[in-house]
Design a binder for this molecule. Structure first.
Ligand code: PEP
Ligand code: MG
Length: 595
């Protein structure tokens, strides 16, 4: 990368989502307001690209026909005539068959070819004089904008193949986009929208990709050759830094790497407090390659496998056979460690081609267990596949977003029925498979004694528990000032669940993002949580924190915090206590997860 000494660097301040520092050049992803993207397509993609174009054209035609009908009803006959011209242009063989042939021949994306055609068309018309032709140019531009808009909505760029150290700028990121991103290629993410516990943020964290959101992209004009620094700790984005800034960030980046390498050695130590209180530290995973880190850091198991990630890039749900093969591979790669397979938590911010649901309030709608109970065929297929994979290791099954014990009972009934069918077919499975429930809705937390009677373990999903307790969308960065896991209501709900789980003699873990935040570690232990499940990458920092925290002081801290009445007070106390634990010489490196 050429280093130019820029006299005037541009500094933008956003919200830190995932810590770390990245230095690279911008890659503009899914935002080409004024730009038409150009990319090549393979032979096998040609026909689907033609189809994508045909659909966008068809949609545009339908939109114009609808408008025409409205104008007709209003008696605006001039408008009806103009739109008739638009419809006729959209039927012109130049932008139908001839354009499709050009996509096949040039093997480029539809909007690029379309852009070439339109420019050509405009040039030809511009040579002709007269008001009629000028009108025609305006018609063509109008239609072109409509078709391009409809094409852009369907374009699917992939983050899997961007060049090394790319700093991905996007208005928003879907969990599937983030899941496609490879740490080796992507330097960082910068978005306009996206909250700390959005699923895209969780995936970025599991990949160790620095991430800053809440940046107004209109504030800065980015060029491919620009140098950009992303500081995921503070939320700063620096475009074209001066050489002094660049050098200081390179230095900081090296120190951060050294600190993380040092922390990683924690894999060799036991997860216990200095007063010998043992804690189970497991991992949340979305992809099979994350299991390597679980083993490297000696995680105690997989506390949450977000199985829906196997669907996100698909057109439909995988078949029983496909799912069985996938789960078997995960279970085998877990190599004897227990693995909690959570049934599909689809809906919310995890939707896509595989899910045919469009709702005004997806987080309050047909999500997770609700979707599965409403679509029992999909549910039964997954349960069978999980059961069949259970003979290859220590598999547990867990249901997400259960709001009342009746849903748990319905899910268990389906599981039982699939077990009976497997028995009849003489197919092997673990007959004692453990069944768990996520506690992530206040109604479930409040009635968790009912849940505890009917399942083998509970896992508190604080990402959603915070969202549903405080009525604040977890992926909406504009509302993040209200999204506070340190809120007294959340802390008290956690305590309530722990008490009920203990009373019923079943284990309870915490698997939301606070399990990865070292500032919460002592509090969770003090509240009586014996198992934490966090992104594998954060096992070392959480383990180090556990190894520095005595259980007696953790209990005292929990007692103090349970008496506090505001999140600000609680947050401040947690920060103060954590700062006492971090060695002085690394305090300038900042909190590792960028909160
Ligand atoms: C949670 O809600 O805390 C959780 C772990 O589940 P997810 O983040 O996948 O919704
Ligand atoms: Mg959840």
């Amino acid at each position: 990368m050429a280093i130019l000494d820029h006299k005037h660097e541009i500094r933008l301040k956003g919200s830190p989502i995932c810590g770390g520092i990245a230095i690279g050049s911008p890659f503009l992803f899914n935002f080409f307001e004024n730009e038409i993207p150009e990319f090549s397509i393979s032979d096998s993609e040609v026909e689907s690209e033609v189809l994508r174009y045909r659909k966008a054209l068809e949609k545009s035609k339908k939109e114009v026909e609808y408008l025409q009908k409205q104008l007709d009803l209003d008696g605006a006959l001039d408008g009806v005539m103009i739109l008739e011209t638009h419809i006729q242009i959209m039927k012109d063989e130049l932008i139908t068959t001839v354009l499709e042939e050009a996509i096949r021949e040039k093997k480029k994306n539809a909007e690029y070819i379309f852009g070439l055609f339109i420019r050509d068309y405009e040039k030809k018309l511009a040579k002709l004089t007269g008001e009629m032709f000028r009108e025609k140019i305006r018609d063509v531009q109008d239609i072109a904008a409509r078709i391009l808009k409809n094409l852009k909505k369907t374009v699917k760029l992939s983050l899997a193949e961007v060049k090394e150290n790319a700093i991905v700028f996007a208005t928003d990121l879907a969990p599937s986009d983030a899941a496609e991103a490879k740490r080796t290629h992507i330097g960082a993410f910068v978005t306009e929208m996206g909250g700390k516990t959005s699923h895209a943020a969780i995936v970025a964290r599991s990949r160790g990709i620095p991430y800053v959101s809440n940046i107004n992209l209109a504030q800065v004009e980015l060029k491919k050759e620009d140098v950009v620094i992303i500081d995921g700790r503070s939320g700063e984005v620096i475009v074209n830094p001066t050489s002094a800034t660049l050098l200081s960030y390179r230095d900081l980046q090296n120190q951060l790497r050294a600190y993380l390498d040092n922390l990683s050695q924690a894999g060799e130590f036991l997860t216990e407090t200095p007063d010998s209180y043992k804690v189970r530290l497991s991992a949340n995973i979305e992809a099979i390659d994350e299991l390597q880190l679980v083993h490297k850091y000696r995680g105690d198991g997989i506390g949450l496998f977000r199985s829906e990630y196997i669907c996100l890039d698909k057109k439909g749900f995988p078949t029983e056979e496909e799912q069985f093969e996938i789960y078997k591979q995960f279970v085998q790669a877990a190599n004897g460690l227990p693995i909690v397979i959570r049934t599909f938590d689809v809906g919310g911010d995890k939707s896509g081609d595989f899910l045919n649901v469009a709702e005004a309030n997806p987080f309050l709608g047909c999500r997770a267990i609700r979707y599965m109970l409403q679509n029992p065929t999909v549910f039964r297929v997954q349960l069978r596949a999980i059961l069949r994979a259970s003979v290859f290791g220590q598999v547990k099954v867990m249901f997400p977003m259960v709001s009342g014990a009746f849903e748990l009972l319905e899910a268990k009934k389906l599981l039982q029925e699939e077990m009976s069918k497997l028995d009849q077919e003489s197919i092997r499975y673990d007959k004692n498979i453990k069944i768990g429930c996520m506690i992530e809705i206040p109604s479930a937390a409040i009635t968790c004694d009912e849940f505890a009677k009917h399942c083998d373990f509970l896992s508190i999903g604080t990402n959603d528990l915070v969202q549903y307790s405080l009525a604040v969308d977890r992926s909406n960065q504009m509302m993040s000032y209200l999204y506070n896991p340190a809120d007294p209501s959340v802390i008290r709900l956690i305590k309530m669940v722990v008490i009920e789980a203990n009373r019923n003699g079943i284990p309870v873990s915490v698997c939301g993002e606070i399990a990865a935040d070292p500032r919460f570690t002592a509090l969770l232990l003090g509240l009586g949580v014996h198992e934490l499940s966090c992104t594998a990458r954060f096992i070392p920092i959480v383990k180090n924190t556990i190894r520095r925290t005595s259980i007696i002081s953790a209990c005292q801290l929990a007692e103090t915090i349970l008496k506090m009445s505001s999140y600000k007070e609680i947050q401040q106390k947690l920060n103060e206590e954590y700062e006492k634990l971090i060695p002085q010489d690394v305090q300038h490196i900042g909190p590792l997860i960028g909160h």
